[in-house]
Design a protein around this ligand. Structure first.
Ligand code: DSN
Length: 449
């Protein structure tokens, strides 16, 4: 089937860029753990005429006319979200994860209130109070940390909570390979009267698929993006649990009001449709099977990486995500491994590791995961092979070291980039990656001539 044929004729430039990106996705191993490939039906829903409509407000109470079908669409998405996660309230309007989290802050806190979240370089999200994020500037952010073993230091978090009496505590992380300790944090939050908000953006697909503990019995509020393991379009959902409603029966209403009129304008109705479609898919037995395979694949990949000599934070994973500690190669070496893997057709992202001896611009780790490769149908056998290729690439650039002097870095990196373009070992890995990708076609039948 020929896709985008109208666009091809009307705007060859835009068409060409989309075609190139599809080729990149098809011919490489997409291993950024927060990315995935949606189904064709999700793509169709977000490419629909629903994008044309303004609908500020909520079903049955909109500012604009003509919303009878948009109301149905949003109600369907909300009902599916409530059913998928087992919650009494869901708002599917946040444009993405950051606005969803901002809405939570302004529903339960005032500027200057104390909040807690996991420190960024220990695996926390930007919007959980990092100092460069508005959330770390508008609120008094007290970060908690992981211990030397890479696991969340619950004792430190409890002590900090008792000393600082936060209004809101965040759990749920962006670079943490172990199960989120919801139960332990519920005890801490309840002990100091704080709201507990679980941002399960990374693991929401695993939660729905039954392979990660659910936050719902423990947290008052749950947020998630919809495009990671949940495999939907780029968007987000905010939910309130029964526990949250018991703490504050007005919480759903407060969140609704912060989203609109507080922060956002018209919802992205095409995205709402895509979320509804993804939630229907996630309710099927095949999705639970997918979620199980994501975790099995991550475990197989972790074992392969370690067998091939790489060091992993917490020595493995229980989720979809792995964090490679590159300090044995030198501090701040994440950029060399990321760029060399890119050259070989393997997409990962450089990332800080706990107690990183470098900084977030030149971190000492690489973060990777298995959601997208599992969507393509790859299994443990392929993970074993890929772990070997990643280790080979990492070792092949071990001779590169980040210059201590900042002024020397850009010339050094330019030279590095030129050298890896001509590296025959990386070209060989690229060939192996291509052959593997051909065996697991992405969007078969989607032809872009
Ligand atoms: N940027 C998203 C991620 O990659 O995990 C959320 O922090």
């Amino acid at each position: 089937m020929e896709w985008l044929s109208t666009l091809r004729k009307a705007d060859p430039e835009t068409y060409g860029i989309i075609k190139d990106e599809l080729k990149r996705q098809r011919e490489g191993l997409e291993m950024i753990p927060s990315e995935n490939f949606t189904s064709l039906q999700v793509l169709e829903a977000i490419g629909s005429v629903l994008t044309n409509k303004y609908s500020e407000g909520y079903p049955g109470r909109r500012y604009y006319g003509g919303n009878q079908f948009i109301d149905k669409m949003e109600t369907l998405a909300v009902d599916r979200a409530k059913k998928a996660f087992g919650v009494p309230y869901a708002n599917v309007q946040p444009y993405s994860g950051s606005p969803a989290n901002l809405a939570v802050y302004f529903a339960v806190c005032r500027p200057g209130d104390t909040i807690m979240g996991l420190n960024l370089s220990d695996g926390g999200h930007l919007t959980h109070g990092f100092k460069a994020s508005l959330t770390g500037q508008v609120f008094n952010s007290v970060p908690y940390h992981v211990g030397k073993d890479g696991y969340i230091d619950i004792d430190e978090a409890r002590r900090l909570a008792e000393e600082n009496r936060p209004k809101l505590i965040w759990v749920g992380y962006t670079a943490y390979p172990r199960e989120i300790p919801f139960e332990e944090f519920a005890k801490i939050a309840d002990g100091v009267g704080a709201y507990l908000a679980a941002d399960i953006s990374h693991v929401s697909g695993l939660v729905v698929g039954g392979v990660h503990k659910s936050p719902v019995p423990y947290a008052h509020i749950v947020t998630t993006t919809t495009h990671k393991t949940l495999r939907g379009p780029r968007g987000a959902i905010i939910m309130v649990t029964e526990k949250g409603k018991a703490k504050d029966p007005d919480l759903p209403d407060k969140i609704d009001k912060v989203i609109i009129p507080g922060m956002q304008g018209g919802p992205h109705n095409h995205t709402t449709a895509g979320i509804a479609v993804a939630l229907l898919e996630a309710s099927k037995p095949e999705f639970a099977q997918y979620a199980r395979q994501v975790v099995k694949n991550a475990d197989a990949l972790a074992r392969s990486l370690m067998k091939n000599g790489l060091k992993l934070v917490t020595d493995g994973t229980q989720t979809h995500l792995i964090l490679i500690d590159l300090t044995p190669f030198g501090k701040g070496t994440g950029i060399f491994v990321q760029d060399a893997l890119d050259e070989a057709g393997i997409t990962v992202n450089k990332n800080t590791i706990p107690n990183d001896p470098s900084n977030p611009f030149y971190p000492s780790g690489v973060r990777l995961g298995t959601p997208a490769l599992t969507t393509r149908g790859m299994r443990e056998k392929e993970m074993d092979l890929i772990g070997g290729l990643i280790a080979e690439v990492a070792k092949s650039v071990a001779r590169y070291q980040l210059p201590e002097r900042k002024e020397e870095r850009s010339a050094y990196l330019r030279n590095f980039k030129n050298e890896i373009k001509a590296d025959s070992e990386l070209a060989q890995v690229r060939g192996k990656v291509l052959r593997l990708c051909e065996k697991f076609p992405l969007y078969p039948g989607m032809e872009l001539p």
